[in-house]
Design a protein around this ligand. Sequence first.
Ligand code: XMP
Length: 504
Amino acid sequence: MDRIAVLDFGSQYAHLICRRIRSLSVRADLVRHDIDPAKLGGVKGIILSGGPSSVHEDGSPHPHDGIFSANVPVLGICYGHQLVVDKFGGEVLNANREYGSSALQIDEPKGLLGGIGTSVRAWMSHGDEASKVPGGFEVIAHTSTSRAAAIADPDRRVYGVQFHPEVAHTERGNDILGNFVLKICGARADWTMESFVEDKVAELSEIGGNVLCGASGGIDSTVTAALLHRAIGPRLRCVFVDNGLLRHGEPDGVRSLYEELGIDLETVDASERFLGRLSGVADPEKKRRIVGGEFIAVFGEAAASGTRCTHLAQGTLYPDVIESGSTGGPAAVIKSHHNVGGLPKELGLELVEPLRELYKDEVREVARILGIPESIIARHPFPGPGLSVRIMGAVTPEKLAMARDASRIVEDELRNAGLYDSVWQAYAGVGNDRAVGVVGDMRVHGHVVVIRIVESIDAMTADWSRIPHNVLEAMSNRITNEVDNVALVTYAVSSKPPATIELE
Ligand code: XMP
């Protein structure tokens, strides 16, 4: 199968380049920026990603010298473009900054920029620019700020673009990547999600020993378990931990899902120990650390008892990895998720994360190939720390019951209105303050329930959903009527950023 190697210079978008190439049905692998080309094993082309550095900075990342003599086409993007300019004897200067969308004028509408017209909007994000184009290269596109926004040396098959063709804001960006990958590199478009599944199963079957898989019933861990089940069959142990922070009916739902999939499931009722450790703890970070630590402890105990396990599998996805700054490359940390970032050494378990390269919509595709029920595929994401991050302040049995019942009502009404599938996440959380209400002529001093419904593409950013007022009204009425001790229902109208999707 033909492959493209993407060298990771630390851009938040480096992985997105791979994802775009996969959407052209060509396999793409993100690799270390300084990889020895001898280790690339017959790739059809090489892309140098963007990155936060400046080529002249001390210690800035550079590719291995052999990359440009590997006799395959090379495309530099943003910082990668500047590396190309620098390497071939041009000049890079900290001159005109350009951030956001610019009009790209195509000077040479052929080759890399063939078939995309004479002008497109292109997404720029750079401080440095190519002030002198190296000998043998021609300028094939410019903007009002960047004289050399795209350059080409078709004889040596080396190209550079100052803009980011991989982001959705660049018009015809996929066509530009397609020109490079399919036409210039001549890669065959024979990669499919089915081939990803086959390769992954083959890779996982190489694991020696037994694997413990944390099974939450969500799509990510279910796909992880199903891949491992195909790969190592009876050497897989799936463990569902009831931490007392789950949604209505969840433990039974997970048990019947695994029965349907034909995968054995062990259940550990750890609700008392989780809720005990959380008792009286109001600080959000402490709560997250307690839940994360307790999960690791429960999995460690499970791995050491019964059939001994050497590996722990988790359904970590790429956006979790990039937000937590755990790519191993030169990227910045944005936020830490409790299930990313490795395991304590003393646990003696090796981590297996077969979905680490994928985005949510790609995982949904894998799930369909593996025959996972559509109800699981369409289900909204649920955070690892469960209801503890949907309850402000200390978690109490009363607040837990309230969050569970009110969330069930929110989901019900959303389904009744035919809106469940068109939003990213929807739930009701519980505040830490109280409001005065009047029920049957009696004054009540009850809780505040917060309905949060958001739309998002990848959870990195989100907007509150403009739900029709009559649907919100039905939710509010049912919550105050059916859930005890609720005095006020509110609707959260903050986007992410500045808020987050969960309350804590
Ligand atoms: P926030 O609240 O950070 O959430 O905007 C973004 C997405 O991630 C989920 N989330 C988590 N998932 N472990 C997880 O597995 C976590 O610690 C965690 N925190 C938030 C959240 O539900 C949303 O989809």
